[in-house]
Design a protein around this ligand. Sequence first.
Ligand code: UDP
Length: 318
Amino acid sequence: MTERLVLVTGAAGFLGSHLCDALLAQGDRVIGVDNLCTGTLENLSHLSNESRFSFEQTDIIYPFDPGHVDFVFNMASPASPVDYMRLGIETLLVGSAGTINTLEIAKKYGAGHLHASTSECYGDPLVHPQVESYWGNVNPIGPRSVYDEAKRFSEAAVAAYHRYHGVNTHLVRIFNTYGPRLQPNDGRVISNLMMQALRGEPLTIYGDGSQTRSFCYCSDLIDGILRLSRSDEHDPVNIGNPDEFTILECAREVLSVVGSRSELVFKPLPQDDPTRRRPNIARAQTLLGWSPTVTLRDGLERSLEYFTRCVAHENAHA
Ligand code: UDP
């Protein structure tokens, strides 16, 4: 097989950088682009001597042309609630103009295209677990709408480029994912709780902690994305771990993995915070032969060294 040239947008982010690693490991050449609004070059520093990888600081909301590529992975967007609410307009733009620009590249070069969509398309879901055929329950003007509606627009754009232009598109709906390279201060539940437990601070629980999430370890997620990119499937596919935890259960796992006795403190529940979330992964199982293999406990253990380094880094710069 000849070496493919692959474009990854959002390459300096949590999932984008893990995806670059996986593509390089399977023999592809990779062009990574990122505007670094939430990503960091530290996530790519281990690739500085990798001749099959190049990086360019590019904001994909403006049309750009990387030259001929065989495949485009569109991973670019602020993704944690704290980041996308801080960067609301940027999030709307990257999920609209940015997505169209990546689709234009795929169309121009006859390249495959995979777009990173999200379980947020389901909003605060009235169907549980969430199946891909569910259209969702999204507040179009609430604080999360800058992310949710941009991602929903992106799905419409991807479907249209497939329908009108025959682009070989793929849509993955990503559920909560965690692991090394999550920004330690992105405000997400796993990063917050791990950092708080390691610092010996109280763990912040929003609401009463009875809301649920289903957490997927990053290596499982990347495996699912790669399988989808090689498939003939154009409709959305959920990739996530169906093991569902309340936030209180998640906090207990974190305390146990860190070996911490931190207390829990309860804070107000953010507006429109989904009450439950769990993927139905039957389509991924049948179409891609994919199932997650890493339990929450196992994944938190694998993430411990990374978050321990983040806390040490903080202390060194205090
Ligand atoms: N959460 C929490 N404490 C925190 C951060 C988040 O209880 O320090 C809750 C949040 O209210 C939500 C869940 O954990 O119900 C997951 O939040 P996250 O920001 O990780 O992502 P979301 O799934 O909401 O996009």
